[in-house]
Design a protein around this ligand. Structure first.
Ligand SMILES: C[S@@+](CC[C@H](N)C(=O)[O-])C[C@H]1O[C@@H](n2cnc3c(N)ncnc32)[C@H](O)[C@@H]1O
Length: 306
């Protein structure tokens, strides 16, 4: 008797979602991808939408019109998310005539009124960027992590980071002399220092708003189990899907621009085959004098970056 394959599509990237597809790259609108997914099939929706700042892939509109356009997508998200599943919504600021509008402030009420509960507002802090002259230079963006319901998945042990003082012991009380920190490391907190993908970053593809793998990876490891479906409706160069595939999760994403889809397909295929270039956590992003390859995780090495 021939056994059916564990995952539809094997180790290739499919154009349309099939039940149990390992990797899907939908050529079109993110909302259409969500509409094609079954009810309660997604464990994690993690994305960074266009910011309405006039990049090549978006048309700048009023803030009200910009937000309104996400309402159908949020409604579909609620339909496809499993109970206990998560949404991670990564945004920066919209700047107009010198006025700064942090987009997460505007998105928060939309998700809350749709029935999601905020668990963290993660600050993604990173070096580099434009130098402002009439305000402090912006060096962080935000990720809103929401769950559907209170009985949600959170695998903290999968993302612990080394203790600052690993040998520290309790100096009083019943646990006097015992190690005071968790043996598996500490909670990574809600402030994450992860270098953005700039000019010399080993993961750089040329996409203007590419995530470093380490950012979605930490959410994938803590908010999903192996085999779960992770979705990014604004996939860009494919980073969210890559983080999912590197860790045995299923991935589906949509991207409207063919050039970015080519990047995403190449990187998702590399992730499926364990040869994706990934910066090793904690390493400085190489400057141009450094030897090529520094700061990368070796092909085939798929363990946590931290
Ligand atoms: C902020 S970027 C995401 C970058 C991504 N996180 C990465 O690591 O490369 C947003 C992406 O969404 C795409 N996009 C814009 N509108 C879209 C839509 N309606 N459906 C699908 N993709 C869209 C853009 O072309 C762009 O690549």
């Amino acid at each position: 008797m021939t056994m059916p394959p564990l995952f539809a599509g094997g180790e290739s990237v499919q154009d349309a979602y099939l039940p149990l597809a390992l990797a899907t790259l939908f050529p079109g609108d993110g909302l259409s991808l969500l509409c094609s997914l079954p009810d309660r099939s997604v464990r994690l929706l993690l994305t960074s939408p266009p910011y309405n700042v006039g990049k090549a892939y978006e048309r700048r509109s009023s803030l009200d019109a910009y937000l309104e356009a996400f309402v159908p997508l949020i409604r579909e998200t609620l339909r496809v998310l499993v109970l206990g599943g998560s949404v991670c919504w990564q945004v920066g600021s919209y700047v107009n005539a010198g006025e700064v509008v942090p987009l997460d402030l505007l998105f928060y009420p939309l998700f809350r009124s749709a029935g999601l509960t905020l668990r963290n507002r993660v600050v993604w802090s990173r070096e580099g960027g434009l130098h402002a002259s009439r305000r402090f230079s912006g060096r962080h963006e935000a990720v809103l992590w929401f769950t559907l319901g209170d009985d949600y998945l959170f695998n903290l042990d999968a993302v612990r980071v080394p203790q600052k003082y690993p040998g520290k012991r309790a100096y009083k009380g019943a646990k006097l002399g015992e190690y005071s920190g968790h043996p598996g490391g500490k909670n990574p907190s809600d402030v994450w220092d992860i270098p953005a993908v700039g000019a010399n970053h080993p993961e750089r593809t040329g996409h203007p708003a590419q995530f470093p793998v380490e950012l979605p990876e930490r959410f994938v490891l803590s908010l999903t189990n192996p085999g779960d479906l992770v979705v990014d409706p604004f996939l860009g160069s494919g980073t969210t899907a890559c983080a999912a595939l590197l860790h045995g999760r299923r991935a589906a994403g949509a991207e409207i621009l063919p050039g970015y889809r080519d990047l995403a397909r190449r990187r998702m295929t590399e992730a499926l085959h364990g040869v994706l270039r990934v910066r090793e956590s904690g390493t400085a992003v190489a400057d141009p004098q450094d030897s090529p390859g520094r700061g990368e995780r070796a092909p085939g090495e798929t363990g946590p970056l931290f």
